[in-house]
Design a protein around this ligand. Structure first.
Ligand code: ATP
Ligand code: MG
Length: 631
């Protein structure tokens, strides 16, 4: 497309001044400026005039939905999640048992969204909440506070190859941008490190045009704990049950954490408090930092690393210093296979040939003891705490493994039956429930986008009918069952920056499938055990019905007390039942974790008690006529 040009515009966007022939600027003429010449611009040239670089703060301000801040309902949960994740990471960095206190209070301030969906008009109003999250983590040093909270993509975790909840340097920044967009209020951050005598309080907004902090104020203040951070935000939100279920799931994933949540959902309401005390006092093993594995490198990233390296004189040094599992001998072998000598400068490395040599050579997996899983015992304790009346609880885990050179580990757990489990499942119809999947990545619940998440897809892929659980093809099992799936890794392969879903990797899929099959076998063991118990209970109840009849008849025939005969018969049934259980061959016993065997209701005994409550038959005459007896 061709268009007529406007008068010539200078670089600063101002029209050039006309210069007098003498070279001096002449007296300003009042004449209207006329175009000097007509210029025709192509579409590409028009586009070129609009071109400029976008900084990450500007980008995410316009695309907050990608980070989970698209609407007030999602944004409220996401803000709490990002702040609590940071708190738990900061406690892990410090090596202390986490104590995280969250206060959410609806204020009278409102946030209005124009929509035509409401009946009453085109405006939908949401309350503005004051959110305070306080932890006992390591705190942030004074000189870094403004940057850490005021520059998007600034943080301590992106470049480290270590398991942590945060990965990108986006979370708290997105929350602060969302807060200032919806409430116009700045963030208040108070933080204290172990070595500082006083805490440091900063009030700031993010200048998204410059991606830098806009300081409102800063001062030294007192802090109630020896170290920690307190973040206060004013955000528009729509309070739903999702918030409470997120905190419950976070507590499930972090049995060693003490999480307290206080909410005032409507202004003036009584506060509601949820306190998840820690299920155990044991700190999980701290995750270790490692160097990247050669197989986890994309060729382009390796090329860039090679070009930017300034510290290594030789290619061999470059490999040994920057990558895990590469000894001197291994480096020499890889370089030889890629057509290079060990003493060549790093700049001569042919990245594609080197990666091919690494793939073909027997390069050792990364060390796998660098992860910090929840731990099966802790997971069981945690499930029991969240589902105290579950009929059966079991867990399974796999040894650590790696995908593309990145270590990861899978743990799974299940809670079956019981009112608290039923309440968490979807009720399909009377007495029929669809099971629920709780997804955890680096001990943090994934709340949205389950359908796009590998962890969820693999649960649906399993044929649960093999394990005595009803299931429609490719769906979740139809049972009162909560399945917990946990992935820990030095880099969780999220499919989106909002960290909602895990992307597909064959290695993760396979490990998860095997773990879920082990879990299925444990559940099947329990269901079989229960079916046997129910069958036995049915048999007993039949005996018991007849025992009553028989006792009456024997009493008539022998003239002995009917209640006495009934009691003896019941004793005999019970002892036979005991003998039967005692002689059961070992392998048939249900594979129940010892801790949970107490959870199985002892139904036959319960029934026996019920039967024993039947009033004893009325005393009858000792002698009968034949007519009386037959009647
Ligand atoms: N409560 C806190 N205690 C200590 N440091 C914190 C706290 N909150 C944030 N930080 C620091 O601020 C940085 C930025 O946090 P942010 O949540 O934006 O990113 P992240 O946690 O690194 O990654 P992600 O985007 O995945 O959340 C963190 O890396 C951390 O160094
Ligand atoms: Mg974070």
């Amino acid at each position: 497309m061709l268009v007529e040009a406007t008068p010539e515009i200078g670089a600063q966007g101002k029209a050039h001044k006309k210069v007098a022939p003498s070279g001096k600027a002449g007296p300003a003429k009042r004449k209207r400026a006329k175009p000097l010449h007509k210029e025709l611009l192509t579409a590409a040239e028009i586009e070129a005039r609009k071109m400029r670089a976008v900084n990450p703060a500007q980008y995410y301000r316009q695309n907050l939905g990608q980070l989970g801040f698209g609407d007030p309902e999602h944004a409220l949960v996401q803000t709490i999640k990002e702040l609590m994740d940071n708190s738990l990471d900061a406690c892990e960095a410090m090596g202390v048992l986490p104590e995280v206190n969250v206060e959410l209070t609806a204020t009278t301030k409102k946030y209005e969204v124009v929509t035509n969906k409401t009946k009453d008009g085109s405006l939908r109003t949401f309350p503005v909440f004051k959110l305070v999250v306080e932890d006992n983590g390591c705190g942030v040093v004074k000189g870094k506070v403004a940057k850490c909270f005021g520059s998007v993509l600034y943080g301590s975790k992106f470049f480290s190859f270590k398991q942590s909840r945060g990965q990108q340097g986006l979370g708290v920044h997105a929350a602060i941008i969302y807060a200032q967009l919806t409430s116009l209020e700045p963030a208040v951050i108070t933080t204290k490190t172990e070595s500082d005598p006083k805490a440091f309080r900063v009030v700031l907004k993010i200048d998204t045009e410059k991606n830098s902090p806009m300081l409102v104020s800063s001062e030294e203040v007192d802090f109630p704990k020896p170290h920690g951070t307190r973040v206060e935000l004013m955000i528009a939100g729509d309070y739903t049950q999702k918030v409470e279920s997120f905190i419950k799931e976070l507590s499930l994933a972090n049995p060693h954490a003490d999480l307290k949540f206080t909410v005032v959902a409507q202004p003036g309401q009584e506060p509601k408090v949820l306190h998840f005390e820690r299920a155990n006092q044991t700190l999980p093993p701290p995750p270790k930092e490692i160097k990247p594995h050669l197989l986890s490198m994309e060729p382009g990233a390796l090329l860039e690393m090679r070009s930017n390296d300034t510290c290594c004189a030789t290619a061999k040094q470059f490999l040994v210093r920057h990558f895990v599992r590469i000894s001197d001998a291994k480096a020499e072998e890889l370089l030889k296979a890629s057509g290079l000598t060990p003493s060549s400068p790093p700049k001569e490395i042919d990245v594609e040939a080197l990666l091919k040599a690494a793939r073909e050579g027997d390069l050792m997996r990364p060390p796998l003891d660098v992860l910090s899983p929840i731990g099966e015992d802790a997971l069981r304790q945690s499930i029991r705490r969240i589902y105290p009346d579950a009929e059966f609880i079991c867990t399974a885990s796999r040894e650590p493994w790696s995908y593309r050179g990145v270590p990861f580990q899978i743990e799974v757990g299940a809670a079956y039956g019981g009112q608290s489990v039923i309440e968490d499942c979807e009720r399909v119809k009377e007495g029929v429930f669809k099971s629920r999947v709780i997804r955890l990545a680096n001990k943090c619940p994934l709340i949205y986008d389950s359908k796009d998440c590998l962890l969820y897809k693999v649960v649906k892929e399993i044929n649960w009918r093999n394990y005595k659980l009803p299931q429609d093809e490719g769906n979740l099992p139809m049972a009162p069952l909560v399945i917990i799936v946990s992935l820990v890794s030095t880099k969780v392969p999220y499919s989106v920056p909002g960290k909602f879903a895990v992307a597909y990797h064959e290695e993760i899929r396979e490990q998860l499938r095997l773990a879920l099959q082990s879990l299925g076998r444990l559940i099947q063991g329990y269901i079989s055990h229960r079916q046997r118990q129910e069958h036995e209970q049915h048999r007993q109840s039949i005996f018991q019905i007849y025992a009553k009849e028989i006792a009456r008849d024997i009493s008539v025939l022998t003239g002995q007390d009917q209640a006495l005969i009934y009691g003896k018969l019941m004793e005999s049934i019970k002892s036979k039942q005991k003998a039967k259980t005692a002689h059961k061959p070992k392998p048939e016993e249900p594979p129940l974790p010892i801790a949970d065997s107490e959870a199985i209701p002892h139904r036959p005994e319960e029934k026996a008690e019920e039967v024993a409550k039947i009033p004893p038959p009325k005393p009858k005459k000792q002698q009968f006529t034949l007519e009386e007896y037959l009647r």
